[in-house]
Design a protein around this ligand. Structure first.
Ligand code: NI
Ligand code: MN
Length: 232
């Protein structure tokens, strides 16, 4: 009998898009692919669930088309879910504070300090962040957010193995605030996202990781699009 895999692979697609791959299922987050020049999409992409933090085009991205193609649902906040359904996608609506169980993971929705709009709608619900627990590993995707003090509660709710944090400093928190976020979240591993290709600020992920290591002693990993962080 083969031992069950307990390895979780976190594949960076680019910008804020990640694929969490486990032996039980694949979770695609904020799949901004079309128009994202840096995106590297796995050839064998086969998601079981799509998570969308908010409706901005660099996060909702291709979620609606992928939902239709693979016949898998988009999990997001209530109004964003209804927006996706109105465009023909499958969606699961939930809201901040909610925790949903799937055969291959649990997903809990937490706040993000940001906004949410789509190309043709000025306001679509509210943004969120997610904690995904799969194979016993806990992964936080912050979405687009500013620093806020209640990040401490997110870290306390479920000890985090990995935190995916935006650092661009124009549309989201910048490097110094993201380092403060690491101190609140207390994640074992930190991965920067949302830099270099948006906003007026061109945040340097190496500068961020240096500050994380010096100020928090946590491990910081820079992933290039297409690269995988394996946690076991
Ligand atoms: Ni946004
Ligand atoms: Mn964004």
């Amino acid at each position: 009998m083969q031992a069950r895999l307990t390895v979780v692979g976190i594949i960076y697609i680019g910008h804020s898009a990640f694929l969490i791959r486990t032996s039980q299922g694949e979770i695609l987050i904020d799949p901004f692919l079309t128009g994202n020049v840096s995106a590297v999409v796995p050839d064998d992409l086969d998601p079981d669930l799509i998570l969308v933090t908010h409706a901005h085009s660099d996060h909702l991205g291709d979620a609606i088309e992928i939902s239709k193609k693979f016949e898998v649902p988009i999990l997001t906040t209530y109004e964003v879910a209804n927006f996706c359904i109105s465009k023909g996608a499958k969606a699961i609506d939930a809201h901040i504070g909610g925790k949903l169980a799937f055969p291959f993971c649990t997903v809990k929705l937490f706040p993000a300090v940001h906004s949410s709009s789509a190309d043709d709608v000025s306001s679509v619900g509210v943004p969120c962040s997610f904690v995904v627990v799969a194979e016993g590993k806990s992964i936080f995707h912050a979405g687009d957010t500013a620093l806020f003090g209640d990040m401490k509660l997110i870290g306390e709710d479920s000890p985090l193995d990995v935190a995916l944090l935006p650092i661009d400093g124009c549309y989201t928190m910048g490097i110094d605030d993201a380092v403060k976020a690491v101190k609140l979240l207390k994640s074992k591993i930190v991965v920067p996202m949302h830099y270099g290709d948006s906003g007026s600020a061109k945040a340097d992920p190496y500068d961020f990781c240096k500050k994380v290591k010096v100020q928090t002693k946590r491990m910081c990993v820079i992933l290039r699009p297409g690269e995988t962080l394996t946690i076991d």
